[in-house]
Each structure stands twice: as C-alpha cells, then as structure tokens.
Design a protein around this ligand. Structure first.
Ligand code: B12
Length: 215
C-alpha cells in the first residue's frame, strides 16, 4: 500500500497525469481513503516541488504539469463537482487578487460539495469586492480565502471589515494555504486559520451545528 503512495508522489512530481490516475484507481480499490491520498500523496508531492523551488531549480513547465496531474487526481477522488439539492448552506471560496495558485481552493471546493454545501467559487486572482458581492448575493454563511503568495496578506485583512461595511458581519472568514497557515487568526483579522482543506469542512460543519443548536 505504501509503495503505491510513493509511486503516486513520484508520478505527481513528474507530472505523469495518466499514470497518476491509474495508481489512484488501484489505491481506491485497495481501500485507501481520499483524505489519505490528499495528505500523504498530493501534499507530499507538492512539498517536494516546494523544495525544488527553494533550491532554485524552479521549472515552470514541470510545476504546471504537476499541477495538471494534481487537478486530475483531485477530480477523480472527489467527483461530486456539481450542485446538490437542498444544500446545508452556501460557502464562498476565493483566491484573492495577485495570486493564481488555485489547487488548494479546488480541493476545498470539492470537499465542501462532497459534504453537501453549495459552493460559490470566485476563482483565482479575485478582487475583494467580488468576494463581498458573492457573499451578499448568495447569503453565504462563510468565506474560505486561500493564498500561497505572502503579498496577498493585506487583502486578506480587508475581507472582514468590508463584509462588516456591507452589513454582513455575521459571515465567518476562514483562511488557509501556505502563505496564511503560519499566521494567527488575529494577525489576519479572520475567524479561523486552517492547516488543511479538511479543517475548513470541519469548521463550517461545526458552525452550522452551532447555528442549528441555537434555534
Ligand atoms: C504548483 C505551484 C505553482 C503553479 C500553480 C498552479 C495552480 N493552478 O495552482 C504555478 C506554476 C502556476 C505557480 C506559479 C507561481 N508561483 Co508557485 N508554487 C506552486 C507550489 C509548488 C505548490 C502549490 C500547491 O498547489 N500546493 C498544493 C496545495 C494542495 O496546497 P495548499 O494550497 O497549501 O492547500 C492545502 C492547505 O494549505 C489547505 N488550504 C488551502 N487553502 C485553504 C483555505 C482555507 C480557508 C483552509 C482552512 C485551508 C486551506 O488545503 C489544501 C489541502 O489540504 C508552491 C510550493 C508550496 N509547497 O506551496 C509554489 C509557491 C507557492 N509558488 C511561489 C511563487 C513565487 C510563484 C510565482 C510568483 C513564480 C514566478 N516567479 O512566476 C508564480 C505565481 C504567480 C502569481 N501571481 O500567483 C512561491 C510563493 C512564495 C511566497 N510565499 O510568496 C512558492 C511557495 C514556491 C517557493 N518556495 O518559492 N506556482
């Protein structure tokens, strides 16, 4: 079983999309859980790429191919990328302006849909104003902001005050992604900072349980 995870990591790093899909199908048949494949496969592969980037071996094509393989595996693991009837609540997800890293956001989106939420995806490189508009129009109970570029941090700090100015102070703001997960919620001016996509799903699940218990 571990052997397949090692192979998957190597194939993701190598950008071998079709090979990754074959391996993941085998792993699912062997009983591996999607959460394990994300944590011990996708995230390990990305950490390997990160080390290459830091060692100044950054190769854009290599990283793009790896990103494409990750997206294909993610879609295979979590195929429920369509709206479901009677969702538990609406959640907005976004990568803010200046950042185009959207793999983490896509994982969150897929997990939230899988957990029966309606997801409004503002995409990558999204202005804060577009996020506020999406919340106002959808009646979302929370916003998940994902960022891998440190220069986006000032924009993350704008989200909560702009929600408040729009009369949406009840909406929770969650932050995550490599550039944000080292920061405290207080530093970023958000309600919650998560380490993994699963933290986002657990937080909004608990939030809704709290809202229902209060009524
Ligand atoms: C793949 C990648 C790319 C791909 C992105 C493809 C895509 N569609 O996303 C491409 C090649 C396009 C790219 C481009 C660039 N990149 Co890049 N890239 C990466 C790399 C290798 C992996 C990122 C990734 O996808 N990780 C996998 C996902 C699944 O992890 P994740 O986003 O952290 O998400 C997980 C958790 O954090 C959590 N999570 C994520 N969001 C949220 C939100 C909430 C609310 C919660 C609770 C949880 C949560 O859930 C996920 C699953 O558990 C990283 C290195 C790294 N390890 O971070 C560099 C990295 C992010 N890139 C970097 C840089 C510098 C760039 C470029 C500027 C390079 C350049 N000179 O052009 C450009 C960016 C241009 C821009 N304006 O955005 C730097 C950023 C440095 C910094 N801190 O500012 C890094 C750290 C590399 C490095 N060491 O220098 N990149």
């Amino acid at each position: 079983m571990e052997c397949n995870l090692d192979l998957l990591v190597a194939s993701l790093v190598g950008g071998e999309r079709d090979r990754c899909l074959v391996l993941v199908r085998e792993m699912i048949a062997q009983g591996h859980q999607p959460a394990e494949i994300v944590t011990d496969g996708i995230e390990v592969a990305m950490a390997t790429l990160d080390r290459k980037c830091t060692a100044e071996q950054f190769n854009l094509l290599e990283i793009m191919l790896a990103g494409r393989a990750v997206m294909a595996v993610t879609q295979l693991l979590f195929p429920g990328g369509i709206d479901r009837p009677n969702p538990r609540a609406s959640i907005v997800v976004a990568v803010l302006e200046g950042d185009i890293h959207d793999i983490g956001k896509s994982i969150i989106k897929i997990l939230l849909v899988g957990a029966h939420f309606k997801v409004i995806d503002c995409g990558k490189d999204a202005p804060v104003a577009a996020v506020i508009k999406a919340v106002a129009e959808s009646g979302a109970v929370a916003v998940c902001v994902s960022s891998l570029i440190s220069s986006v941090i000032p924009l993350v700090r704008e989200v909560k005050p702009k929600l408040r100015a729009a009369g949406l102070s009840h909406v929770k703001v969650l932050a995550g992604g490599a550039a944000l997960k080292q920061c405290s919620a207080g530093t970023l001016g958000v309600d919650f900072v998560g380490q993994t996509a699963f933290d986002a799903v657990n937080y909004v699940g608990a939030l809704l349980d709290g809202i229902h218990a209060a009524h």
